[in-house]
Design a protein around this ligand. Sequence first.
Ligand SMILES: *Cc1c(COP(=O)(O)O)cnc(C)c1O
Length: 338
Amino acid sequence: MVYFNVPPCTGDEMAFIEQAIQNHKICGDGPFTKQCNAWLETRFSAQKALLTTSGTTALDMALLLCDLKPGDEVILPSYTFSSTATAPVLAGANLVFADIRPDTMNMDETRLEEAITDKTKVIIVMHYAGVACEMDTIMDIARRHRLIVVEDAAQGVMSAYKGKALGTIGDFGCYSFHETKNYSMGEGGALLIRDRIYNERAEILREKGTDRSKFYRGQIDKYTWVDIGDSYLPSELNAAYLWAQLLKADKINENRMDSWNRYYEALKPLADQGKIDLPAVPDGCIHNAHMFWIKCRDLKERTELIDFLKTGGGVFRISLYSAAQCSGGEKVWAVQWQ
Ligand SMILES: *Cc1c(COP(=O)(O)O)cnc(C)c1O
């Protein structure tokens, strides 16, 4: 049996959660949150990392920091998770969907420029399955048109593009630590900020529109409501769980890569015969084995394959045989394993 997803657990999570309880600090921004932020900053050479309550709220924060006005346009890929779209909608912008490329399923950088108008303010890219978008081209287009780039790197923690960690290339990077992602805290995420001019407003948005973060650092003697905001701080209990995961980040990554490579080798003969398509990892991209996907030739074959895999008692069962039954038509339908 191959389960769709097994939440990662290293064995140290309970001890850290107990420590948080014994510290009498279970709300946000305690020692575990700070350690996680610092780990992300160091490991990925990020100017600033702030844990959030989810990948979705990291995106919400990023789009609020873009300071959008009604009528502004945000370009995003046509193939992505709903949170990539809800964040700009909540920030008051209009959505413009850009086409994707068939090999990586990422935004097609050669079609991006045609989506830009004089109302465009932001480009959101999403690194599908932890494989990077063509960031050199995208950043060049963004710079020429003076656009902000937000990376939805929810699936891309520990992935890199030409030596740079995903999430650190654009103006903002958004990670998810949801149960289904490579590193987890149950529900959670992080916002990465490239330019320090955004740090102060990010802290305020995250702390219910108050300057409480400054107060805790002793920079002001009382805190007050200064801006819009929300509560984007995760509990220390969740951060303690994540801390255990980050300490074993390389081990978790190697384990996933082993599985990914095994799927790839096993399914490659079918791809060579033209029966299915496998994920492409372009030169310069280091991926994190976030998920393994295949593309069947059409909806009918995909439906049959999924139905067959489901006969394994409600969980997906990899079957080379059923995939081998594929025949004819255009390959556009994806099945994915995480
Ligand atoms: C998981 C995911 C999100 C949302 O993350 P949550 O932590 O579940 O809110 C956003 N974008 C993409 C591409 C994702 O895969």
